[in-house]
Design a protein around this ligand. Structure first.
Ligand SMILES: [Zn+2]
Ligand SMILES: [Zn+2]
Length: 253
């Protein structure tokens, strides 16, 4: 299994996961032309996508899904709640999944799990293929025991490190927005994500990608050092996904 990020952050998200002939795009927060450009930059022709899985209805995750799906006839998966909160729900093939039940897309098994976030029915995923597990979570205000269970024992993790507590407190956000981001249904701070890392089985971990970093309330340096401290190491496989550049393909061996 291999994966790549098309871009990560509040101005648009998209992640590719591939195994055998199955190629999944998770979220598409980029407008059509931008999404096509980013996909081709990673060697992916949009019509070769097996499906688009959507985590939740916030614009940075769903904004480009309809047009990409319609233009290239790509099937879409999302929860009932995400579908209810979607302002452009007309796509050629739509499957609504239950966030408590695993399903498959081609050769990849998908284990969804719910997260506390201010959307209707947000869900993130663990992907299982070829004996490997790739866990992915962003846009979660807090960590539940079930999230810890799902993300334990993964070979690769893409984990939200959204904000530094001090930077959020002293940054440009209004008090209301600070409360939202820092709240139980907002985003994971460096500290919360680092704590999560200390609570899960990391014995198989060979890729740790920090995602959804706030451009105003965090820096890659702060996020990386919080993660390195948590895992007591700073290996070359600990990296950040960039908003503009994303992250090149990473292979899980
Ligand atoms: Zn987001
Ligand atoms: Zn969100």
């Amino acid at each position: 299994m291999r994966f790549a990020s098309l871009g990560s952050g509040s101005r648009g998200n998209g992640t590719l996961v591939e195994y055998g002939s199955t190629r999944i795009l998770i979220d598409c927060g980029f407008f059509l032309r931008e999404a096509e450009t980013r996909l081709r930059r990673f060697g992916v022709e949009p019509e070769t996508l097996s499906g688009i899985l959507v985590t939740h209805e916030h614009h940075d995750h769903i904004g480009g899904v309809s047009r990409l799906s319609r233009k290239f006839k790509i099937p879409v998966w999302m929860t009932n709640g995400t579908h209810a909160g979607w302002d452009d729900p007309h796509v050629p093939v739509l499957t609504r999944f239950n966030p408590n039940e695993p399903f498959t897309v081609g050769e990849i098994e998908v284990q969804p799990f719910s997260v506390p976030h201010d959307a209707r029915e947000p869900s993130h995923f663990v992907f299982i293929a070829g004996g490997s597990r790739l866990g992915m979570v962003s846009d979660a205000g807090s960590v539940t025991p079930f999230m810890r269970e799902c993300l334990s024992g993964c070979d690769a993790l893409m984990l939200e490190f959204n904000y530094d507590v001090e930077m959020l407190r002293n940054g440009p956000y209004t008090a209301k927005l600070q409360k939202r981001v820092g709240g139980e249904f907002g985003h994971l701070s460096n500290m919360q994500a680092a704590e999560l890392l200390t609570q899960i089985d990391r014995s198989k971990l060979q890729h740790l990608v920090l995602t959804h970093l706030s451009e105003k309330n965090n820096t890659p340096g702060l996020a990386l050092s919080a993660a390195a401290q948590a895992i007591d190491d700073a290996p070359s496989w600990l990296v950040c996904a960039h908003q503009a550049r994303g992250l090149e393909w990473r292979e899980i061996l």
